[in-house]
Design a binder for this molecule. Structure first.
Ligand SMILES: [Zn+2]
Length: 262
C-alpha cells in the first residue's frame, strides 16, 4: 500500500502536527501563500516526496520545512565510496564544510581508509542500501537485508548511520519499517543538483534554490561524477555568499523543527 499524499499533511488537524512557529521576521500576513508555492515547486521536482505516509519520513516536503532559521544547507553525496570520494573530502576540508555521504554497502570494504577519514573530518555517513536496488515493492525481508548488510559493513569501521536514503528515492511502507527496525529514519533531499545529467552545476544550482526563504535545503549530489568534483569548490563559494550555513544531515534535522503552515 502506498502512502498518503504529502498534501494531506498540510491539512492535518493542528494537534497532529509537531511544528514550530515561523520566526517573526519571516511571518508577514501573506507569507504562507508564498511558502505554499515554494513547497509545491519542491514536490513537483521530487515526485517521490508524494509517497510519504509517515511523518517520520524526511521527504522533500518535510526537509523543505526545516532549516529555515539559519538558512541551513546540507550537502549530501550518494553512491560512494569511490575513486572521487577523496577529492570531495579534500574540497570539503579546504572549504571548512562538512557533508553527508550515503554509501553503498557493497563498496565499503574497498575503501575503509576513506570511510575512516570521512568520519574523522566530521562528515556523516548514511545508508544507501547494499547493492543500490530500488527498494519499493520488494519483499520486506529483502529490503531489511539490503539495509542491514550495509550497516554491518559500516559497523566493522565503528560507524552507525542514522539515516537511510533509498536509491532513486523509492520506498514503501516496508522500507519505513525496515529502516526503523535498524534504528534509522528515511531521509531524501529537497534540492536535486541533477549532477548525473552533467550540467554546469555552478551555473544552474544557485538560481534554483533562491526563494523567499533564502538559500537552504538538503542538496543531492553524487559521489561518482567528475563534474561534481570540478564544480563543488565554486558551488560552495556561491552558496556561502548566498547565506548558507553548512551542516550535516543530522544537524540539519536537529537544528530546526518543521514550520507551522497555519
Ligand atoms: Zn544512488
Amino acid at each position: 500500500m502506498l502512502a498518503q499524499p504529502t498534501a494531506h499533511l498540510l491539512h492535518a488537524p493542528r494537534h497532529q502536527r509537531r511544528c514550530r512557529p515561523l520566526p517573526a521576521r519571516l511571518a508577514p500576513a501573506r507569507f504562507p501563500y508564498f511558502l505554499c508555492i515554494l513547497l509545491v515547486a519542491v514536490l513537483l521536482q521530487h515526485p517521490a516526496s508524494a509517497l510519504a505516509r509517515d511523518p517520520s519520513v524526511l521527504d522533500g516536503l518535510a526537509l523543505a520545512q526545516r532549516g529555515v532559521s539559519a538558512n541551513l544547507c546540507a550537502l549530501t553525496f550518494d553512491d560512494g565510496p569511490g575513486q572521487t570520494t577523496e577529492a570531495l573530502l579534500d574540497i570539503l576540508r579546504d572549504k571548512g564544510v562538512r557533508g553527508t555521504f550515503f554509501v553503498v554497502g557493497s563498496r565499503v570494504h574497498r575503501y575503509p581508509e576513506t570511510l575512516k577519514r570521512l568520519v574523522a573530518e566530521g562528515n556523516e555517513v548514511g545508508n544507501h542500501t547494499f547493492t543500490h536496488v530500488s527498494l519499493r515493492q520488494r519483499q520486506p525481508v529483502e529490503q531489511l537485508s539490503e539495509i542491514a548488510r550495509t550497516n554491518g559493513e559500516l559497523a566493522k569501521l565503528g560507524i552507525v548511520p542514522r539515516y537511510l536514503r533509498p536509491p532513486y528515492g523509492r520506498y514503501d511502507n516496508a522500507t519505513i519499517d525496515a529502516a526503523a527496525a535498524q534504528g534509522m529514519t528515511i531521509a531524501l533531499w529537497s534540492v536535486d543538483s541533477r549532477d548525473w545529467r552533467k550540467h554546469d552545476l555552478a551555473a544552474v544550482l544557485p538560481r534554483k534554490v533562491y526563494g523567499v526563504l533564502g538559500v537552504r535545503g538538503v542538496f543531492l549530489f553524487h559521489d561518482n561524477h567528475r563534474e561534481t568534483v570540478e564544480a563543488l569548490p565554486n558551488l560552495i563559494d556561491r552558496l556561502s555568499e548566498a547565506g548558507c550555513t553548512f551542516v550535516t544531515m543530522s544537524e540539519y534535522v536537529e537544528t530546526s523543527g518543521p514550520l507551522c503552515l497555519h
